[in-house]
Design a protein around this ligand. Structure first.
Ligand code: HDD
Length: 701
């Protein structure tokens, strides 16, 4: 309700009691705060001036009695909270998850099992290593955390965009993170794995090898959150309505397909637009081009030894190839609303791998077991105490009656005198434990036995075979990217023994990979013993010969006064109908044309860079353009194997910029016909002109 002027703020006593209870809806309007017409203190006192401190005369010292100065500055001094110890850099969106109903045979969790059931979600994407202000496009593992506000309580699926992890046991998490974070003496490099301590650790600690392969592949530099897969990584145990169990791995499949940047693009974007992924998601959601993913499960029998086809399901450095256990789709996630406030929502959201509901259970994966401790613990420092579940973004949508009391930042006025069980004083108002049929969480009984040891199962000793499998499953272009990524990263390592050891690890993955990286470093290639019996998994390759959807992609059209605005209009219409964006680029800002034919110039050659676009076109009538910045724009797009097009005299501008117009992925036409727009859409749907990529790759990196 809009606030009326001259209406005093309501007193706390006048507020609806539901608003002071955690039972109230998550994200309920904030208890009468921030809705008055006048600027006030935190206590609601109307202020007459917020620009001048109270002084002894206009030239005199400030007075201690200035309550407003002290409150304003004190609050400001305490605005920051500790950033997340990992995954500090992130961006999030609200959305909805709709279950297909197909999971009903394996889980009783209604948000997965019931056909058509809609569950509100909040999803935070992140990089793992960088600080809160670091760049989005660095080479790193991306976090993919989903909070489902289910009617049975919150469920958090805290995953990554890679299906395996660096370590098999959570006790080593501080080690891998200390090695990956900036060096403690100079605090450099920021948000990079290309430095000595990272490669020191992963070359000594070979169980990281499989994850390192993923990080050095195109997966380490996604094009956008929209085109990124997500994985629950661990094996979970699902429980059906009869109590039968299965072992399951979760996958998020992006509807837009999986697509990545190339390394030079990622580096450029980190400088020209450090918010590249964050901006892309927020702009797309604002424009109605929502991000969509399907949730899938690989279902494996819950066998006594918890293995499947010889793969230890408790080892988080192993995948189950999709060819062995197909991913069955069980629901769709749509991200359709941007947060209103970054701090209140994206920064304060707290995920925890232990947030589950009946129908989903954890397994004995030792990485998962440690996480079950860490995620609760870390919020105590980060969010300043144990009451973070009361923050609006973390509140359950299920009724809460928890007997947890007091503590820092308690915001609920609890009633009653008996916050304990059993009691005889609470009467009907007191909470009671629920039976299983009433929705109580009851773990499936499982026998636990064994000697108390600090040890791993023997199966955890295989550190290389799936790294070999991953490399063997890549297309030639993807292999080249991996070679160049290793050569770049190890090229940034100062200590020769670390490089030598890292090459020794690669020799156990693939001889050819090791030789190429060694050649790039100018070092001899060691000989290893890579597995020679791996079965490639085609599902691991990102490159598809079939064009995918183009929603959220960005097409730049270079124009100038006199350009074919009707042609631009046709291309805009065709691309926008598919959820893509068209931006007009011209030498100077303003507009082109007039009336219904007006095109707003959104970028000039000075304010743009090639990384913003998935394809660049030169409009007919703009062929005379000759500008060194246009040359750079086009040559970068060419090197990055993006679709480039021109119609009418536009080809002339390509030739002026030194573009080989006979190369693959260059689309020329006399004018804008529907066949031409179709060809352009197809080229963008293929992500890149991969035939050209092979020609330019050594310079594209
Ligand atoms: Fe973790 C944050 C993902 C292992 C300890 N982790 C964090 C986030 C993601 C992951 C996506 C960001 C959450 C957010 O957006 O707020 N982490 C993973 C995955 C792992 C993993 C996929 C392995 C499969 N993590 C892992 C281990 C430990 C942690 C083994 C500790 C033993 N992770 C944390 C943490 C963080 C965190 C310290 C920092 C901030 C937070 O939890 O809320 O508790």
């Amino acid at each position: 309700m809009a606030a009326k002027k001259n209406t005093p703020a309501p007193s706390p006593a006048a507020l609806d009691p539901a608003e002071t209870s955690p039972v109230s809806k998550a994200l309920a309007p904030e208890q009468g705060l921030q809705n008055g017409a006048f600027l006030t203190t935190a206590e609601g006192l109307r202020l007459s001036d917020t620009d001048h401190s109270l002084k002894a005369g206009p030239r005199g010292p400030s007075l201690l009695e200035d309550f407003h100065l002290r409150e304003k500055i004190t609050h400001f001094d305490h605005e920051r909270i500790p950033e997340r110890v990992v995954h500090a850099r992130g961006a999030a969106a609200h959305g909805v998850f709709r279950a297909y109903g197909s999971a009903g045979s394996v889980t009783k969790a209604p948000f997965l099992a019931e056909q058509g059931r809609e569950t509100p979600v909040f999803v935070r994407f992140s990089t793992a290593l960088g600080s809160r202000g670091s760049a989005d496009t660095v080479r790193d593992t991306r976090g993919f955390s989903v909070k489902f506000y289910t009617a049975e309580g919150n469920v958090d699926l805290v995953g990554n965009n890679m299906p395996v992890f660096f370590i098999q046991d959570g006790i080593k998490f501080p080690d891998i993170i200390h090695a990956g974070k900036p060096h403690p003496d100079r605090e450099i490099p920021q948000a990079q794995s290309a430095h000595d301590s990272f490669w020191d650790f992963v070359s000594l600690h070979t169980e990281a090898t499989h994850h390192v392969m993923w990080a050095m592949s195109d997966r380490g530099i996604p094009r956008s959150y929209r085109t990124m897969e997500g994985f629950g990584v661990h094996t979970f145990r699902l429980v059906d309505a009869e109590g039968a169990t299965s072992l399951v791995k979760f996958h998020w499949k992006p509807v837009a397909g999986v697509h990545s940047l190339v390394w030079e693009e990622a580096q450029l974007a980190a400088g020209t637009d450090p918010d590249f992924h964050r901006r892309d998601m927020a702009d797309a959601i604002d424009a109605g081009a929502f991000l969509e993913y399907e949730l899938g499960i690989q279902v494996m029998p819950d066998s006594d030894d918890e293995t499947f086809e010889g793969i230890d399901l408790l080892d988080p450095t192993k995948i189950v190839p999709e060819e062995l256990a197909p991913v069955q789709l069980i629901g769709r996630l749509t991200l359709n609303r941007n947060p209103d406030n970054y701090f209140a929502e994206t920064e304060q959201v707290a995920f925890h791998t232990g947030h589950l509901v009946p129908g989903i259970e954890v397994t004995n994966d030792p990485l998962m077991q440690a996480r079950l401790f860490s995620y609760l613990d870390t919020q105590l420092t980060r969010l300043g105490g144990p009451n973070f579940a009361q923050l609006p973004i973390n509140r359950s949508h299920a009724p809460v009656n928890d007997n947890l009391r007091d503590g820092m930042h308690q915001s609920v006025i609890h009633r009653g005198v008996a916050p304990y069980l059993p009691n005889s004083l609470a009467g009907d108002e007191g909470p009671e434990p629920a039976t299983e049929p009433q929705g109580g969480y009851v773990q499936v009984p499982r026998l636990v036995h064994g000697e108390k040891v600090r040890a791993n199962p023997v199966s955890f000793d295989d550190h290389f075979s799936q790294a070999t499998l991953f490399y063997a499953s890549m297309s030639p272009v993807e292999k080249l990217h991996i070679v160049e990524a290793f050569t770049f990263e190890l090229g940034k390592v100062y200590e020769q023994p670390i490089r030598e050891r890292a090459l020794g690890v690669l020799a156990n993955v693939d001889a050819d990979l090791c030789e190429q990286v060694a050649a790039g470093l100018g070092m001899p290639a060691p000989v290893g013993k890579p597995a020679d019996d791996v079965q490639p998994s085609p599902a691991l390759s990102q490159i598809s010969p079939v064009p995918g959807p183009i929603a959220g992609r960005v097409i730049g059209i270079v124009a100038a006064p006199g350009a074919d605005l009707a042609g631009i209009g046709k291309i805009r219409k065709a691309f926008e109908a598919k959820g893509a964006f068209v931006r007009v680029i011209a030498p100077v800002g303003g507009t082109l044309g007039k009336g219904a034919r007006t095109e707003i110039i959104e970028r000039t050659l000075l304010t743009t860079r090639s990384v913003e676009y998935d394809a660049i076109l030169i409009a007919g009538g703009a062929g005379a353009l000759a500008d060194i910045k246009l040359t750079v724009l086009l040559q970068e797009a060419f090197r990055h194997a993006k679709a480039i097009g021109a119609w009418g005299d536009g080809e002339q501008a390509l030739l002026t910029a030194g573009i080989d117009t006979t190369a693959p992925g260059i689309l020329l036409s006399d004018g804008v016909s529907s066949a031409y727009t179709k060809d352009l859409i197809k080229a963008v749907g293929l992500h890149r002109a991969w035939d050209r990529a092979a020609l330019v790759m050594s310079s594209a990196g």
